[in-house]
Ligand binder design. Structure first.
Ligand SMILES: [Zn+2]
Length: 143
């Protein structure tokens, strides 16, 4: 339910674990084991004596992002676009020559900077999707 929130927090460079398996006591155990803050919409979680958590108020992801940024006083800075949006790993810079076979020819011809996820191998480049995300973050009032 908070998948979009998780993705947007990763866009901002936050270390976010998300998955179907993270609910109820599984969520609490995982948060304790890794010393993480829980983000949840589950009002009953409180009764389970969880570690620190934020109860997400809205069901709209833009408001959810704002709530987390405000509550945690997150600073939006250099960490933006530093993580894989799918698996949360920190991206590694890749020399252009090494991604020739991994990206569409048009992208290879027009882009200079590439990074790669060490876990899922997804290749990222700034181009248009960074621009679109920055615009959306501005609309959210985050930038
Ligand atoms: Zn990845």
């Amino acid at each position: 339910m908070l998948g979009k929130l998780a993705r947007w927090l990763r866009v901002l460079g936050q270390d976010v674990i998300y998955g179907e398996h993270l609910s109820g006591y599984g969520l609490i155990r995982a948060a304790r084991a890794e010393d993480r803050l829980i983000l949840t919409r589950d009002r009953r979680l409180k009764q389970k004596q969880p570690p620190p958590f934020i109860l997400i108020e809205s069901d709209r992801y833009r408001e959810q992002v704002r709530q987390v940024i405000d509550t945690c006083e997150l600073k939006i800075g250099a960490a933006i676009f530093s993580r894989c949006l799918d698996c949360n790993a920190l991206l590694q810079d890749r020399p252009k020559g090494s991604v020739r076979k991994l990206v569409p020819p048009y992208v290879f011809a027009t882009q200079e900077k590439f990074s790669c996820c060490p876990v899922c191998r997804k290749v990222y480049w700034p181009a248009t999707h960074h621009q679109r995300m920055l615009e959306q973050l501005k609309e959210m009032g985050v930038l």
